[in-house]
Ligand binder design. Sequence first.
Ligand code: FES
Length: 128
Amino acid sequence: MSWVEIDKVANVPKGKMKMVKKKDIPITVANVDGKFYAFYDRCPHMNAALHNGVLKGKVVTCPLHNATFDVTTGKKLSEPVFKFPPEIAEKVPKEFLKMLEEEGRKIETRYLITTEVKVEKDKIFVKI
Ligand code: FES
C-alpha cells in the first residue's frame, strides 16, 4: 500500500464527499467537520456508489436501499430498507411487499472498507 493524492482540501468542503478513482479503485473522501475520512465507494450490500448517497454529520446513507454507515469507523449503523415510493407501493400486491420486508430484515450488510487519510499542505492523500 502507498499514499496516493486524491485532491486539494478546498475541493472537498465540510459536509461533502468526493469520489475519485485511483489504481482502478473508487475511493470516496468525506469531510466531517474539517477532518477527512476515506472509504471504498461501493456499498457492502449491493454495490451502489456511496458518493451518490447523503452525508449527514459522520453518517452516509446509501442511495439505493438506505443502509447507513459511520464514515469515521466504517461501522454499519442500519440495514437496507426496501420501500417503494407510495405511488408504486399501492400498485404492488401486499403479499409481495410483506415478503420483501421480511426478506430485507434477514440481510446482514457488512462494514465499509475504510483506509487511512492524511493532509499535507493543501492536499488530501489516502493509503491504497
Ligand atoms: S446497495 Fe446500499 S443499501 Fe442496498
